[in-house]
Design a protein around this ligand. Structure first.
Ligand code: FAQ
Length: 306
């Protein structure tokens, strides 16, 4: 027999309204939201590292200012998202602990190295492009604090995507060496970007329930296809080749067909064995330890104010 509280939860979802922190929710819903929002927050925070690597070596003051602003935005996104997770009754310190001890995931994409400055442009174009594709539907996610955080985050991600495209466009109008650098970065980031959308639908244990709860609005494969369809014409404008011999327009489906992803690589990266997993987590742990005195001072100040 369903209780009034359960009926209220179901009715809220049916009417496409938002579940708020004060509302009753099934324990599974709460756990799924904590899992997804925390992973998203961790991704933003870890995601500062690959591009942060280039701040001191940006080729001009303008590029440095843009990159600094972008990386600061990512810190901001992580902080809104940790706040959204806290509305579900978890503690941010605990989430950080789970990240640095490897008990909670972050996006696979941030475990790849940034070898040249073209990688900064390609991260903006492809990684932020994929993030937007995935996150715009999350603005209608059923959990209110997450959906609202996502609106602002998506606006900032759009700026990030455009700065990446503009950077690449500039390099493509430069020397042959610069064009080669862009192509090399595209070759390295294309497949990992497609992996950001998660495993194929048939191997996605969480999708069905998350769709039923209207947390996710589209499946992993639907969003991956949308990203490919959106990106292929942009690659044409830039003048780069996407590294997939099977990529072609399918008249009947009205979508691009594309090749099979290397799901073994995905599993390796998600389980901690990607090229930079150990480095990313060690760096985050060090930053957390180095910041201990700031947290202690802030807590002491708050106690004194009381
Ligand atoms: N990496 O059953 P599903 C950004 C895990 S954007 C690592 O399909 P779900 C912006 C998944 O968690 C990047 N793990 O799971 C930026 C689950 O594991 P669990 C962050 C992955 O949740 C740009 C298991 O595999 N964006 O940061 C990945 O229904 C540039 C089974 O998968 C978000 O987090 C992966 N790629 O769907 C920052 C968006 N894919 O927890 C800096 C919000 C799957 O059961 C620079 N999240 N897994 O142990 C989502 O939309 C979803 O959580 C998905 C996964 C689509 C990522």
């Amino acid at each position: 027999m369903t209780t009034d509280l359960e009926q209220h939860f179901e009715r809220t979802l049916e009417k496409d309204q938002r579940i708020e922190p004060r509302d009753w929710m099934p324990e599974g819903y709460r756990k799924t939201m904590v899992r997804q929002i925390a992973q998203h927050a961790h991704s933003e925070i870890i995601g500062m590292q690959p591009e942060g690597n280039w701040i001191t070596r940006a080729p001009s003051l303008r590029r440095k200012a843009i990159l600094l602003a972008k990386v600061q935005d990512e810190a901001g996104h992580g902080l809104y998202l940790y706040s959204a997770t806290e509305t579900l009754g978890v503690d941010r310190a605990d989430l950080t602990e789970r990240l640095i001890t490897g008990r909670q995931k972050y996006s696979s994409i941030f475990n790849y190295p940034t070898l040249t400055f073209a990688d900064v442009g390609v991260i903006g174009w492809l990684v932020d492009g994929a993030a937007i594709c995935n996150q715009v539907p999350l603005c209608r996610s059923s959990y209110g604090p997450y959906a609202r955080a996502m609106i602002r985050i998506c606006k900032e991600e759009s700026f990030h995507q455009r700065q990446g495209f503009e950077l690449l466009m500039t390099m493509m109008k430069g020397t042959q060496a610069q064009r080669d650098m862009v192509q090399d970065a595209v070759d390295r980031w294309w497949w990992p970007s497609l992996m950001m959308f998660g495993p194929p639908d048939a191997d996605s244990p969480n999708s069905a329930q998350s769709m039923a709860w209207k947390i996710k609005r589209h499946t992993n494969d639907e969003l991956r296809q949308r990203f490919v369809d959106m990106t292929v014409p942009q690659a044409g404008v830039l003048g780069v080749t996407l590294p997939d011999p099977d990529l072609r327009w399918n008249e009947a489906r009205e979508h691009y067909d594309f090749g099979e992803l290397d799901w073994d690589e995905f599993k390796q990266v998600v389980s901690g064995n990607g090229p930079c997993n150990a480095e990313r987590v060690a760096h985050r742990r060090q930053a957390h330890e180095d910041g201990a005195w700031v947290r202690e001072a802030a807590a002491a100040h708050a106690r004194r104010q009381k």
